[in-house]
Design a protein around this ligand. Structure first.
Ligand code: MLT
Length: 429
C-alpha cells in the first residue's frame, strides 16, 4: 500500500499521500490540502517546501553530496569541461563526441551580439556595477529575439535560445568589465574554446599579443563546473517562478541574475574579498576579527562561512580549496589578502566556536580567492558566478516548461487590519 500521512483537524482525518524521490527523500503531497481543509501551510523562506519535482541536481546537505544528473561533482570537476557539464545539465545525459562537438560549435557560432547591444553600453554610467549591466542586457535579448516570448516554442526554437544565451552571455559579461574600465571591447574569437575565449575577451588589448595560460583555463573550467547548478536555490527558484508565467528564457534568466546579485546569495564572494580588504586596511590582525565574529554585541559577520543547506561541509569548497592551493602555487602568487584568508580559514577549522556552529568556509570563500589569483576584479566575481550558473538556470527553466508546470502562485497568511471604513482626510489625526 502506498505510504501516506494522517492529518487530524477538528476531529476529522485527512490522508496526505507521501511522495518519494529516487534518492529516498520524502514529502507530504499537500496539493489538495486547501480544497479539503481550508488550511494552507506556512513556511517562511521555503526551508521545508519542495517547490517542484526535479531530475537535474541531487544535494544531500547532511552528507555533503552534490550530483548533476547522478554524476558526483568531484568526478565532473576532475574529468569534464564546463561545456560538457552544460550539455549534461540541459539535455540530461553526457554527450557523445559528435554531440559535444556540435553543441560547442553552435555556441561558438553565436558568440557575436547585435551591434546595437554595444550602443546600450553607452547609456550606463561608467561606474555601473557589472551585474546591473549583465541583467539588463540579458533581458534586452528578448527585444532582439522577440519570438522568444512565445509560449509555444518548438524544441528547435528552444534549443536556439539556449545556444544563443550560452554564447552571448560570455561576450556580454566580458564587455561589462571592459566598459567599466574604459577599454576597447574585444570581439569573440571563434578559434578558441569557451573559457579561453572568455579570458581573451576579458584581458586582451588590440595593441598587444595576449597569451592564454592553460592553467588559468583549467581553473576557470573547474570553477564554472562547481557553480553550474545547485537545485532550488534563490536565483534558480526565481528563474522557475518567472518562467512559470511563460516568460521568455532571457527574461527569466535576467530575473535570476538579479536574485544572484544579492549579498546573501551570489554577491557573497564579492563580500568575502571586501571583508579581507577591510581586515588588511585595519592592520591585518585576524584574531581581532575572529573575536569580533564571536561577540554577540558586535555587528561584524564573517562572510563566506557556513551554508543554508550543507550542515557539515560544502563539497564544492573542498574541491575549490584544492584548486586554489594549486593555482596559487603554480602561478607563484604571494598576496597578503590570501594570507589573511588562510588565517581565517585555519581559525574557523580549529576553533570550537566555529566548529560547533558549523561555520566552515564555503564555496564563496574560496571562489573569491581563486578569482583574485587569476586576475578577475572583485566587482566581476558575481558575474563569474552567473556565467557558471547559466546552464543550471537553463536546465531548470526547460524542465519546468517541458513538465508543463502551472504558474507559481504561493498563498499567504494575512496579518494586516481587518475590514474598516474609509476616513475622509479632514477627520484623520
Ligand atoms: C548556490 O550555489 O546557489 C548557493 O550555495 C546558495 C544555495 O544553494 O542556497
Amino acid at each position: 500500500m502506498a505510504e501516506s500521512a494522517e492529518l487530524i483537524l477538528d476531529g476529522k482525518s485527512y490522508s496526505l499521500p507521501v511522495i518519494e524521490g529516487t534518492e529516498r527523500e520524502k514529502a507530504f503531497d499537500i496539493g489538495k490540502l486547501r480544497d479539503q481543509t481550508g488550511y494552507v501551510t506556512l513556511d517562511s523562506g521555503y526551508k521545508n517546501t519542495g517547490a517542484t519535482k526535479s531530475a537535474i541536481t541531487f544535494l544531500d546537505g547532511e552528507e555533503g553530496i552534490l550530483r548533476y544528473r547522478g554524476y558526483p561533482i568531484e568526478q565532473l570537476a576532475e574529468k569534464s569541461s564546463f561545456i560538457e557539464v552544460a550539455y549534461l545539465l540541459i539535455y540530461g545525459k553526457l554527450p557523445t563526441e559528435a554531440e559535444l562537438q556540435n553543441f560547442s560549435n553552435q555556441i561558438t557560432k553565436h558568440t557575436l551580439v547585435h551591434e546595437d547591444v554595444r550602443k546600450i553600453f553607452d547609456g550606463f554610467p561608467s561606474a555601473a556595477h557589472p551585474m546591473a549591466i549583465l541583467s539588463s542586457l540579458i533581458c534586452s535579448l528578448t527585444a532582439f529575439y522577440p519570438e522568444s516570448v512565445s509560449p509555444d516554442l518548438s524544441k528547435e526554437e528552444i534549443d536556439l535560445n539556449v545556444i544563443r544565451l550560452m554564447a552571448k552571455i560570455s561576450t556580454i559579461a566580458a564587455w561589462t568589465y571592459k566598459n567599466n574600465m574604459g577599454h576597447p571591447l574585444n570581439y569573440p574569437r571563434n578559434d578558441l574554446d569557451y573559457c579561453s575565449n572568455f579570458l581573451y575577451m576579458m584581458f586582451s588589448f588590440p595593441t598587444e599579443k595576449y597569451d592564454i595560460d592553460p592553467r588559468i583555463v583549467s581553473a576557470l573550467n573547474k570553477l564554472l563546473i562547481l557553480h553550474a547548478d545547485h537545485e532550488q536555490n534563490c536565483s534558480t527558484s526565481t528563474v522557475r517562478l518567472v518562467g512559470s508565467a511563460n516568460a521568455s528564457l532571457y527574461g527569466s534568466v535576467s530575473a535570476g541574475i538579479n536574485a544572484l546579485w544579492g549579498p546573501l546569495h551570489g554577491g557573497a564572494n564579492q563580500e568575502v574579498l571586501e571583508m579581507l580588504q577591510a581586515i588588511q586596511k585595519d592592520g591585518g590582525d585576524t584574531s581581532k576579527f575572529i573575536a569580533k565574529a564571536k561577540d554577540k554585541n558586535d555587528s561584524f559577520r564573517l562572510m563566506g562561512f557556513g551554508h543554508r543547506v550543507y550542515k557539515n561541509f560544502d563539497p564544492r569548497a573542498k574541491i575549490i580549496k584544492k584548486a586554489a592551493d594549486e593555482v596559487l602555487a603554480a602561478l607563484g602568487i604571494d598576496d597578503p589578502l590570501l594570507k589573511i584568508a588562510q588565517e581565517l580559514e585555519q581559525a574557523a577549522l580549529t576553533d570550537q566556536y566555529f566548529i560547533e556552529r558549523k561555520l566552515y568556509p564555503n564555496v564563496d570563500f574560496y571562489s573569491g580567492i581563486i578569482y583574485r589569483a587569476i586576475g578577475i576584479p572583485t566587482e566581476m566575481f558575481t558575474v563569474m558566478f552567473a556565467l557558471g550558473r547559466l546552464p543550471g538556470w537553463i536546465a531548470q527553466w526547460k524542465e519546468m516548461r517541458e513538465n508543463k508546470e502551472p504558474i507559481g502562485r504561493p498563498r499567504q497568511i494575512y496579518t494586516g487590519e481587518t475590514e474598516r471604513d474609509y476616513t475622509p482626510i479632514e477627520q484623520r489625526s
